[in-house]
Design a protein around this ligand. Structure first.
Ligand SMILES: [Zn+2]
Length: 144
């Protein structure tokens, strides 16, 4: 497995963690290497990415794809930003939705238990993005 850089690797791992309901953390994030590890105590899943000296690419040099942990509902990877990204359209289409409703939707579709305050931040993020965009459109129309 080859990556263009650490960011691409991190994005892929986070996507994987959310989809598989695993909490992965990044340790040893140094100049030429980064290690992703399952957060569950004693779970052996680990993935090491290293910058190769020959090419300007990053390679997975060590990978154990075995999890002994359960599917996690307390997934820290499910952040307010990621909730906002995933449900932006839905939130905008249903501005009257209660935070409890959003919380239940996150639970159902991302299999994660998140706090109401996280849902509140996600909703605020969506609204702020929407506002910024609308403001941009208005200023183009009316030359504010
Ligand atoms: Zn695990």
């Amino acid at each position: 497995m080859k990556f263009n850089g650490k960011k691409e690797f991190k994005d892929a791992i986070i996507k994987y963690g959310i989809a598989e309901r695993k909490v992965i953390k990044f340790i040893k994030d140094e100049g030429d290497r980064i290690r992703a590890k399952c957060d569950w105590p004693m779970c052996p899943w680990v993935c090491l990415l290293k910058k190769t000296s020959l090419a300007e690419s990053w390679l997975v040099t060590s990978f154990n794809d075995e999890h002994t942990c359960p599917k996690r509902r307390d997934n820290r990877l499910v952040t307010s930003t990621r909730i906002a990204d995933r449900f932006e359209r839905l939130i905008r289409a249903n501005p009257a939705w209660s935070l409890h409703h959003l919380q239940a939707t996150v639970q159902q579709e991302m299999f994660a238990n998140v706090s109401l305050s996280k849902c509140k931040r996600a909703k605020a993020l969506v609204m702020a993005r929407w506002f910024d965009r609308t403001k941009g459109e208005y200023s183009r129309l009316y030359d504010y």
